[in-house]
Design a protein around this ligand. Structure first.
Ligand SMILES: *[C@@H]1O[C@H](CO)[C@@H](O)[C@H](O)[C@H]1NC(C)=O
Ligand SMILES: *[C@@H]1O[C@H](CO)[C@@H](O)[C@H](O)[C@H]1NC(C)=O
Length: 431
């Protein structure tokens, strides 16, 4: 009997890809007659995927194949906004995916195609699976909280005829069946209330309901209420909590920069340092950088701050000098207690005993890593579903303190940029 082959289709974003590769490794480990082929669809610009795919190819995993889908000529995704661009880009690749799948269905192909696992942002690919009568499962790299909101907002829109756009900038509190607490409209992911974004969200929810099951990067002990209520809901496909799918194996330490950071931490007392890191795209306006700096200086605690030198006007323009954005003299005055870095080996830092707190943008991977290493989080969400994650951690689960919950990234925000004052930032850091 030929091995059963499962095709994985991750979104072209590093965090999504890593968590799906970890899931694939679980599949392979569980059953020796299962193989996985991961379809890599790449943006024409690097989203951190290239170096990861490269490192994967250098350490082959048995029964695990990496297959790059040829780029598509379609450029229609370029007319999409940041909420829908990713899925539109995937949609442009459906034909190429289909060609590849057809090749794998030939009688002489060494394995037997058994199923698809598709990232929630890659749902257009599900049509290929359906056309060929191959079962498909949807994978959510984020938690049960986001899944709950997507399903609930679709329920309101399509089954209860409610107009959810009225939640935009509203103080409404939502009763979501899979949440214990009321969820403020202000923490709903921006995609859900955006005109085009909400259409995409509805599409994802519909595809999700048609799928054979939903695989979620969470675990029941973390999001107990949400996971149990999702599992008990017989109006949706089975929900499988299989997380945390994290790559926590070290490796970053090889870089000189990482070695330098870890050496700095080695000299600090246990649980004394606060680590600030806001993800690959996290940046702040200059006034906000100054407030954070003041808070850190005033608190007197050791700090390790991953500060991206990206200007407010554009993510592409970079400052060349830290002195340009920090308060005058800050670097000299804090040279004994603080360290500012451009890039952080997050896993290595969080696992270091000197780290006692983590100011985080609350990307789901960061939350899972903080829980894994037992580092308390202070929340500072920026975009995507991070506000919801922050709310869940602080209010629903009581596992984090808030610096802010409904802060919005200054580049994406349509409204006025809010500045969180240094005294608020600092007050959360006292031990
Ligand atoms: C392993 O996978 C094969 C499909 O190749 C399946 O028939 C079998 O039931 C699986 N075994 C277990 C223990 O799940
Ligand atoms: C896990 O991460 C390390 C570095 O952090 C890397 O060297 C390794 O290749 C990764 N493994 C997988 C399977 O992604």
């Amino acid at each position: 009997m030929k091995n059963a082959e499962i095709i994985f289709v991750p979104a072209p974003a590093r965090g999504h890809l890593i968590s799906m590769v970890e899931l694939a490794k679980l599949f392979i480990k569980r059953n020796e007659s299962v193989s996985v082929t991961i379809f890599i669809i790449k943006f024409p610009f690097d989203t951190g995927v290239n170096s990861y795919v490269e490192s994967l190819s250098q350490h082959p995993i048995p029964r695990f194949t990496i297959l790059e889908i040829p780029p598509s000529d379609s450029e229609s995704y370029k007319s999409h906004n940041h909420h829908t661009l990713l899925t539109a880009f995937i949609e442009g690749h459906v034909t190429n995916v289909r060609d590849q799948v057809m090749a794998m269905r030939q009688p002489d192909y060494p394995t037997r195609l058994a199923g698809f696992v598709v990232d929630i942002f890659c749902v257009p690919v599900i049509d290929v699976a359906r056309e060929l009568s191959i079962p498909s499962y949807v994978y959510s790299p984020s938690g049960a909280g986001l899944l709950s909101i997507v399903l609930h907002l679709q329920d309101l829109t399509e089954f209860q005829n409610k107009d959810i756009s009225e939640y935009e900038n509203s103080d409404a509190q939502l009763s979501v069946p899979y949440f214990r607490s009321q969820v403020p409209a202000k923490v709903l992911p921006a995609i859900c209330l955006d005109k085009a974004g909400s259409q995409l969200m509805l599409l994802c929810a519909r595809k999700l309901r048609e799928s054979k099951g939903v695989i979620v990067n969470t675990f029941v002990e973390l999001e107990t209420y949400a996971v149990e209520s999702l599992m008990a809901d017989n109006k949706i496909p089975p929900v499988y909590a299989v997380g945390p799918n994290l790559n926590i194996s070290a490796g970053d330490e090889d870089y000189d920069e990482a070695a330098d950071i870890l050496k700095w931490l080695d000299e600090k007392p246990p649980s004394s340092a606060v680590f600030l890191c806001f993800g690959s795209f996290g940046s702040f306006p200059q006034d906000q950088v100054k407030e954070i700096a003041q808070a850190l200086e005033h608190s007197g605690h050791p700090f390790l701050w991953a500060l991206r030198l990206i200007s407010i006007e554009s993510r592409l323009k970079r400052y060349t000098n830290l002195d340009d954005i920090l308060p005058p003299g800050f670097l000299e005055r804090t040279s004994g207690t603080g360290k500012i870095i451009g890039w952080a080996p997050q896993v290595a830092v969080l696992s270091h005993p000197a780290v006692g707190g983590f100011v985080s943008h609350c990307g789901w991977n960061s939350i899972l890593e903080s829980v894994w290493f037992g580092v308390p989080v202070a929340t500072w969400p920026l975009y995507a579903e991070q506000q919801l994650n922050a709310f869940e951690m602080v209010n629903e689960l009581g596992m984090a303190v808030d610096i802010c919950i409904d802060y919005e990234d200054h580049v994406l925000s349509k409204g006025e940029v809010k500045i969180i004052e240094s005294k608020i930032v600092e007050s959360k850091k006292g031990r």
